[in-house]
Write a protein that binds this ligand. Structure first.
Ligand SMILES: Cc1cc2nc3c(=O)[nH]c(=O)nc-3n(C[C@H](O)[C@H](O)[C@H](O)COP(=O)(O)OP(=O)(O)OC[C@H]3O[C@@H](n4cnc5c(N)ncnc54)[C@H](O)[C@@H]3O)c2cc1C
Length: 408
């Protein structure tokens, strides 16, 4: 056994994936040294509350109590950056220029908010949301007297819009595409959610091309500028236009990357001693041919478990159907499967009641499901996606027909 084989498992990124992995490693009986390194000052925490509860005291929600790491003999190195990987020597270099050897390296570096390369993008009050520190800024800015403009109608943006409206703040959402959630939801769900937000008093402007931010004399944002010259006044502008995988370490080390670190169904990268998990990866999903970059807690947790199994040499558990959730006003949204062009949409339930499901069919097989306040439909849909169950489309649309009786 070489010195490198006795070195610790080193995990870069103390987020949801990294935090889950260390616990799973111990659960599976791994007794060797484990080092978890993260740039943020906080131990791994839940990010979903950052956009759903940033106005509340429950904002900080650690994945595990701090004692856990000590009790489990996990070395937690916070506020530290890994700046390079040497795959030949099997070492990582930290920001203070020290080196650390690894037996297995796991990259769990997540993604970072995409910035808008437009004039005024660096003014005070133009913010993004990824970390606890970002959420604290939002929390301070939520006030009925202040105007919030959200650039980008993705899930994070719409969740923030819902919270801000619920405390009486004036909110405008600007979306470059012709519908909200254009990249991640079906046109049917986009339309229903737009109606919901507008009914709650949010201004939603689609096909709105942001070309800059205008500031006041103190260097604070006062308006978002659109391509047609309009200025939308604001006290705070949240830019939520997607996230970029933090694959720069991997790519500099020569690992195969393609808009994310390319991994197989067991989190293996192109280097036999390096695994990668979470938002930073591009990976196989279901029976879709191309590799997919998922940005979700279930995906990060699934890959953390896969990586732990690889490290202890056990069979990697089979992948689940990909799924995701979002909370907006009183809508508990749950989505599963992958949307693809050519699917036919079937709506079950009445969207105006706030309880409905949109099933997406590939022929007579359910390929994806989007539900609001409909946990039974979501669970059945997810199961039918997994089993590739054929269904009777007419019966599926009829709420009077039980979900067991929709199978063809
Ligand atoms: C506001 C918000 C709301 C969300 N809501 C939902 C939701 O409702 N449902 C859902 O399923 N998903 C949600 N997500 C997505 C979910 O949080 C992510 O998919 C998940 O956190 C991914 O985990 P990860 O470990 O890959 O990355 P992260 O949790 O982002 O962790 C990566 C960590 O790596 C650190 N890092 C990066 N590079 C280095 C380096 N070189 N050295 C040291 N450390 C480094 C980063 O600082 C970061 O702390 C939300 C995300 C956000 C931002």
């Amino acid at each position: 056994m070489s010195a490198a084989d006795e070195a610790p498992v080193v995990i870069v990124g103390a987020g949801h994936g990294g935090g889950t992995l260390v616990g799973t490693l111990r659960q599976l009986g791994y007794e060797g040294p484990v080092v978890l390194i993260g740039s943020e000052p906080d131990a791994p925490y839940h990010r979903p509350p950052l956009s759903k509860k940033f106005h509340a005291d429950e904002l900080e929600d650690p994945l595990r109590p701090l004692e856990f790491y000590e009790e489990q003999g996990i070395t937690l190195r916070l506020s530290e950056d890994v700046v390079a990987i040497d795959p030949e020597a099997r070492t990582v270099r930290l920001g203070d220029d020290t080196e650390l050897a690894y037996s297995t390296l796991v990259l769990a570096t997540g993604a970072e908010p995409r910035r808008l390369p437009v004039p005024g993008g660096d003014l005070d009050g133009v913010v993004v949301l990824r970390t606890l520190a970002d959420a604290r800024v939002l929390k301070d800015a939520v006030h009925p007297d202040k105007r919030l403009v959200i650039v980008g109608a993705g899930y994070v943006g719409l969740e923030v819009a819902a919270v801000a409206r619920s405390v009486g703040q004036q909110v405008t959402v600007l979306e470059r595409e012709d519908r909200v959630l254009a990249r991640v939801a079906s046109p049917e769900l986009s339309e229903i959610l737009t109606g919901h937000h507008v009914a709650q008093g949010t201004e939603v402007l689609t096909s709105a091309d942001v070309t800059g931010f205008a500031g006041d004399d103190d260097g604070h944002v006062r308006a978002v500028v659109l391509g047609d010259g309009r200025e939308i006044p604001c006290d705070l502008a949240l830019v939520g236009v997607g996230a970029i995988p933090r694959d720069e370490l991997a790519s500099a080390a020569g690992l195969t990357c393609d808009g994310g670190i390319v991994v197989d169904a067991a989190t293996r990268t192109s280097d036999p001693h390096v695994l990668a998990i979470g938002d930073v990866t591009r990976r196989p999903v279901g029976n879709v041919e191309e590799l997919v970059r998922m940005e979700s807690i279930p995906s990060a947790m699934e890959q953390a478990k896969q990586a732990a199994h690889v490290i202890v040499g056990k069979d990697v558990p089979a992948a689940d159907v990909p799924w995701f959730w979002s909370d907006q006003f009183d809508l508990k949204l749950k989505m599963a499967g992958l949307l693809r062009p050519g699917h036919a949409a079937v709506v079950r339930g009445d969207p105006t009641t706030g309880r409905f499901t949109v099933f997406h069919l590939d022929g007579d097989v359910i390929a994806a499901v989007e539900s609001a306040n409909a946990p039974k439909e979501f669970m059945a849909g997810k199961k039918y996606i997994r089993t590739r169950q054929r269904v009777d489309v007419t019966r599926l649309a009829d709420e009077a027909v039980g979900l067991k009786d929709v199978v063809a």
